[in-house]
Design a protein around this ligand. Sequence first.
Ligand SMILES: [Zn+2]
Length: 154
Amino acid sequence: MDRARIDTGDEVDSYCRQCKLERVHNVVALVDGEVAKVICKMCGSRHKYNPIDPEPNGSAPKAVGSGGATKKKKPSGARRAASAKSLESQWEAAMAEKDPANSRTYSMDGSFKKDEVIEHKNFGQGLVIQVDAAGKMQVLFKDGTKRLICAPVQ
Ligand SMILES: [Zn+2]
């Protein structure tokens, strides 16, 4: 479809900065056959022609295939973040009632009690939420609950 040659006075769609909307404008000036200035039919403001859909040029992907190692994939990222956040806040709420200064360093042969704060070299500070007689306990860490070995309850 050949586009009819635009002339002054023709109607064109342009973004109007006054109306902050796409509006019908009349062409008031042409430069080299292209619309240069328009006047808004709604508010009468004159301004540069602002086409809504700029021609999609230069949209070629940037530098793909240089063997880059910084590809970031985020499958179901929002969900993971949400659950991680709730775990963290659960941990923060639990730790808020405790005195971290009283934490004991975790060791496999140590005996621990429920509600005790421990310090684990990998997981950080955690709160003992359950101790099994068989020598296992559940500890709430910042990134979730872990099962750790401990001395059997005597
Ligand atoms: Zn306007």
